[in-house]
Ligand binder design. Structure first.
Ligand code: TYD
Length: 204
């Protein structure tokens, strides 16, 4: 049987990456194999594109094209083969990130991203998306505590992340059946419990 495709979304510093391993545990507890991966990246070409796009400013459409180039390789080399083998795939970011960052954050027209989606993954959408929602001012404070060199997105100001967050929440309003909003404020353990409850709702 084909596996399920789960994506994690949220602004930088919302903490989604910390919950990836736990989500894989929830999947395995159901008796399924879990494959963890991330975007941009997940393949050799994708990791190369990640390096370019995170550190070299480009026009928003070029950013979107690079994200979808990486995504196309990722789907072909990793996501589809894993799903076809029956593994569930848990992916840190997917196309909702492009709507949120390149459209919400950078002002690219959503139609451009819709066109790229139709080209690159006309038949693939996440079965469930967990959106870690957090006030950008709090997320910004968390980021500063990490102590490594910020990439060009992490260097953006709080206003940019307000627009990214709003774009995410708008998508969640339009697709409430797929996108589960998780309050990512507070400590790790309560957020993890909210994620577990959302997982149960998504896959009863
Ligand atoms: P992420 O892996 O969450 O960063 P980190 O490993 O530093 O926590 O995401 C990398 C950045 O790429 C993030 O700032 C969001 C951005 N991004 C886009 O702008 N568009 C996209 O389509 C994707 C997948 C990511």
């Amino acid at each position: 049987m084909r596996g399920r495709f789960i994506t994690l979304e949220g602004i930088d510093g919302a903490g989604k990456s910390s919950h990836l391993a736990h989500l894989c545990d929830l999947v395995r507890a159901r008796g399924h194999e879990a494959t963890a991966t991330r975007e941009p990246g997940g393949t050799a070409a994708g990791e190369g594109l990640r390096e370019v796009v995170l550190h070299h400013p480009m026009p928003p459409i070029a950013e979107a094209l690079a994200m979808f180039a990486a995504r196309s390789a990722h789907i072909a080399e990793r996501i589809e083969p894993a799903l076809a083998s029956g593994s569930w795939v848990v992916c840190d970011r997917f196309s909702d990130s492009t709507y949120a960052y390149q459209c919400g954050g950078r002002g690219l027209a959503p139609d451009a991203v819709r066109a790229l989606e139709r080209l690159v993954h006309p038949a693939l959408q996440p079965d469930a998306t967990f959106l870690f929602d957090l006030d950008p001012a709090i997320a910004h404070g968390r980021q500063r505590g990490q102590g490594r060199d910020p990439d060009q997105f992490e260097r953006e100001q709080v206003d940019f992340f307000r627009r990214v967050r709003e774009a995410y929440l708008e998508r969640a309003r339009v697709e409430p059946g797929r996108i589960h909003v998780i309050d990512a404020s507070g400590e790790l353990v309560p957020v993890r419990e909210r994620l577990a409850r959302a997982f149960e709702r998504a896959f009863p």
